[in-house]
Design a protein. Structure first.
Length: 192
């Protein structure tokens, strides 16, 4: 059974810029730049039939390309930090895409997403890192100028059952807008 999620991919040039923030934090396990993404909806472990239905529903989703802006670094976990991330500025288009995907997944019978949508790109997972160390790291690594790119497609991705952080497999990609080239052919995830 594949463990699936939908996401916006991060272009290579943006990922390269984000790598400038790697290092200097004890207990950080840095995510590989090729695995950077903005999760739109975690689907979890689904069977082949559900994976096929998800793919069919996502293929019918209609929306336009939009700009995505990364504007600050932050952390999740408060007193027990668990991740460092690049924050994605909320936008109407991003919120609508995520809400449309959520509605489609609910229509397919998947349970509602239990977590509030907080768009971000995870840069590192943390273990035994103190809040003071994280605060110092964040103070020393600001995003000075916002980093922007145009999202021209979203993806259905899979991951192995692991601690997190990849590697991730692109299973299918869905264009945003009519002028983008045809979507990627379906992979063999439905046969796994």
């Amino acid at each position: 059974m594949p463990r699936l999620f939908t996401a916006l991919e991060i272009p290579a040039e943006v990922a390269s810029t984000l790598t400038l923030h790697r290092g200097g934090l004890v207990g950080a396990r840095w995510i590989e730049p090729a695995d950077y993404h903005v999760t739109l909806r975690f689907l979890g472990d689904v069977d082949r039939r559900m994976a096929h239905d998800v793919d069919s529903f996502l293929a019918d989703l209609q929306t336009q390309p939009f700009e995505v802006t990364l504007d600050a670094l932050g952390s999740f976990g408060g007193d027990k930090p668990r991740a460092v991330f690049a924050r994605v500025q909320p936008s109407r288009q991003l919120g609508e895409l995520q809400a449309d995907i959520e509605r489609l997944m609910r229509r397919l019978g998947l349970p509602a997403e239990g977590r509030k949508f907080v768009p971000h790109v995870t840069l590192a997972r943390l273990r035994d890192t103190s809040p003071v160390e994280v605060a110092h790291y964040l103070a020393m690594h600001p995003i000075v100028r916002p980093i922007a790119f145009t999202a021209r497609r979203f993806a259905l991705m899979s991951s192995r059952d692991s601690i997190g952080g990849g590697p991730y497999v692109l299973e299918a990609a869905y264009p945003l807008g009519p002028s983008y080239p045809n979507r990627l052919p379906r992979s063999d995830f439905q046969r796994r």
